[in-house]
Design a protein around this ligand. Structure first.
Ligand SMILES: Cc1cc2nc3c(=O)[nH]c(=O)nc-3n(C[C@H](O)[C@H](O)[C@H](O)COP(=O)(O)O)c2cc1C
Ligand SMILES: CC(C)CC(=O)C(=O)O
Length: 354
């Protein structure tokens, strides 16, 4: 594990150990994967302009996100099927997150039940922070039951994925004929309905009305994941949504959507300061995180890097990925002349290709 000195090394290590079909599932995006590549490329078009001689102590990385205390402004984005990466699956990732004081968003399509994830997290931390990601199902009875499970397990926010009125067209998956989970692995949050991923409905009929309904049945903060248009961010704010995640689902839904970090800037101009903004997509470096903070994010989330760490080394692999990003973030903030994650100025970032 120590031989991997950055997130990219973990990608290579994951590729070396994973079944190529499963590696493809994690790595791939929709159609031509334009957006997958654009997410990362966008960070290369943002340059950091550090300040000098600021005479401060080492930067403080802690951040409060929706009332939850996090050790750093890096969160774990919800990703499905961790047991495809490692036999311990989400048990390993949630332990690494809890140990590191990192907020983890558990996927509805997890291969370990949310109750078991919460138990696992509490073995290593007193107050682990676990949020729950939801695909709103047209069957509201089913949706309510799963919300109750998340609440009972101690999740402190609901993350509703809103960029999925249909499943994106994944051609690597089609070529590999990867459409269901192997025997012995199932979606443990869906076990009442058989645990098959085919039971999940991604419906274009889901609308703001469903969000109003959700608001009415739970007191948990509601986060919308997958917002790219500033008008939707404004609607979310008016509807009493508690935070949004600016995201194009890691390029896995609509190919041709713009890089998430570019939309962060646009959305921050409209609702920044009023609605907490999170972002995910293409974050691979501590410097990437600093760029998102400068552009108005409260925190940034990582998807694939966690899966790479998990594949390469289970809990230790995820722990190392989080640790590397923490070290990089600390180093980047110090070099930028910032004394905390709260004090990253907007003018730290300029447009500039490299
Ligand atoms: C393998 C994989 C599975 C994912 N599963 C989900 C999911 O079940 N629900 C969801 O809202 N987002 C899901 N996502 C999207 C992530 O939450 C996140 O938006 C994306 O991975 C961020 O980009 P990054 O991988 O470049 O960090 C998934 C992403 C990947 C790579
Ligand atoms: C099975 C999918 C709906 C899970 C997902 O969101 C993804 O793979 O991006």
């Amino acid at each position: 594990m120590e031989a991997n000195v950055n997130v990219r090394d973990f990608e290579a290590a994951a590729k070396a150990v994973l079944d190529p079909v499963h590696f493809d599932y994690f790595a791939s995006g929709a159609q031509d994967e334009l957006t997958v590549r654009a997410n990362e490329a966008a960070f290369r078009r943002l340059a950091l302009v550090p300040r000098i001689l600021r005479g401060h102590k080492p930067p403080r990385l802690g951040r409060t996100v929706l009332g939850s205390q996090a050790s750093m402004p890096i969160m774990i984005a919800p990703t499905a099927f961790h047991r495809l990466a490692h036999p311990d699956g989400e048990r390993a990732s949630v332990r690494a997150a809890a140990e590191a004081g990192v907020i983890m968003i558990a996927a509805m399509l997890a291969t370990v039940a949310i109750e078991d994830m919460a138990d696992e997290a509490r073995k290593v931390a007193e107050e682990p922070v676990l949020w729950f990601q939801l695909y709103l199902q047209p069957d509201l009875g089913f949706t309510e039951a799963i919300v109750r499970r998340a609440e009972a397990a101690g999740c402190t926010a609901l993350v509703v994925t809103v960029d999925s009125p249909a499943l994106g067209r994944n051609e690597r998956g089609d070529r590999n004929d990867f459409h269901d989970l192997p025997p012995g692995i199932r979606c443990e949050n869906l076990r009442e309905s058989g645990g098959s991923v085919r039971g999940v409905v991604l419906s274009p009929e889901i609308s703001w009305r469903h969000l109003d309904w959700l608001r009415g049945i739970t007191r948990l903060p509601i986060v919308l994941k997958g917002v790219l248009h500033p008008a939707d961010a404004e609607l979310a704010q008016r509807r009493g949504i508690d935070a949004i995640i600016v995201s194009n689902h890691g390029g896995r839904q609509l190919d041709g959507t713009p890089p998430a970090v570019d939309r962060l800037r646009v959305i921050a101009d409209v609702v920044g300061g009023e609605l907490p903004l999170l972002v995910d997509g293409g974050i691979r470096r501590g410097t990437d995180v600093v760029k998102t903070l400068a552009l108005g994010a409260t925190a940034a989330a990582i998807g694939r890097p966690v899966l790479w760490g998990l594949a390469a080394g289970g809990e230790d692999g995820v722990a190392r990925v989080l640790d590397l990003l923490r070290i990089e973030l600390l180093n980047a903030l110090t070099l930028c002349g910032c004394d905390s994650v709260e004090s990253v100025p907007r003018d730290l970032v300029i447009q500039g290709a490299m």
